[in-house]
Ligand binder design. Structure first.
Ligand code: HEC
Ligand code: HEC
Length: 206
């Protein structure tokens, strides 16, 4: 691939990112969401800050992203044996309420454990790798890790183990609910070592 072709690839990706960042629509009721969230607390914590690294933090995540994931656990578009029964009984309205509640909670940043790994992750996160046509994660998830509502989730302050598991699931295709295969394409280029570095960096990013 020539330099111009790779440059065009990057532009196309960023253009996709901008076009699909549509404004938020549905708004849930956070008070109703809080009441419904008691069943979620065992794994995700009462405020969406989980204490077990395999369970994702939900606090401060974009509500549209949370609602999308719940709908897709229910439909089976995102396959997970633990979350499928949790989402099965939720109406679209209840999903919006839960999403509103968790999105308003303060996120507790787990922090990076290995700063050497995190430093390597930072480089890839911010710069990508043009020689492999790997776009910078920051082009969609932003340099702050805050993401772009409604389509690009917040990654900063997420548990390391959860992030690694998701990157591996995108790479293997076990997780296939990413629009236009965006994350599957990106994860297919990442090594295990790079996933660890990125996840280590993201755990402390805010
Ligand atoms: C028994 C533990 C458990 C309970 C209870 C639980 N979850 Fe989960 N949740 C998980 C696990 C494990 C995952 C990661 C699934 C995967 O790897 O795809 C997850 C993932 C999620 C995600 C995706 C987060 C992301 O960043 O993509 C959302 C949203 C979510 N859960 C919401 C809820 C809500 C709302 C409830 C309560 C109605 C709930 N969960 C109850 C274990 C649980
Ligand atoms: C072209 C845009 C784009 C780029 C570049 C991108 N992502 Fe993503 N990413 C997405 C989208 C869209 C989703 C949400 C998928 C969905 O709707 O379930 C996502 C989801 C994720 C998730 C799942 C989050 C969760 O809470 O479950 C992780 C982890 C992730 N991306 C990491 C990365 C990393 C690391 C990079 C860089 C190597 C990267 N992404 C680059 C678009 C992008």
């Amino acid at each position: 691939m020539t330099r111009i072709q790779s440059a065009m690839f990057f532009v196309a990706l960023v253009a996709t990112a901008m076009i699909s960042a549509l404004p938020a629509q549905a708004k849930g009721d956070p008070a109703k969401g809080q009441a419904a969230a008691t069943v979620c607390a065992a794994c995700h914590g009462p405020t969406g800050n989980s204490v077990i690294a395999m369970y994702p933090n939900l606090a401060h995540q974009h509500p549209e992203y949370i609602a999308k994931q719940l709908a897709e656990f229910k439909s089976g578009a995102r396959v997970n044996a633990i979350m499928a029964p949790m989402a099965a009984g939720l109406t679209p309205e209840a999903m919006q309420d839960l999403a509103a509640y968790f999105s308003e909670q303060k996120l507790v940043i787990p922090g990076a454990q290995n700063l050497d790994l995190a430093q390597k992750g930072r480089k890839l996160y911010r710069g990508g790798d043009a020689s492999r046509k790997l776009p910078a994660c920051a082009s969609c998830h932003l340099a702050t890790g805050a993401g772009i509502p409604s389509q690009y989730p917040r990654l900063g302050g997420q548990h390391r183990d959860y992030t690694i598991a998701q990157l591996k699931a995108f790479r293997s295709g076990d997780r296939a609910n990413d629009p236009n295969s965006m994350m599957r394409m990106i994860a297919s280029k990442l090594t295990d070592q790079e996933m660890t570095e990125l996840a280590e960096y993201l755990a402390g990013l805010h």
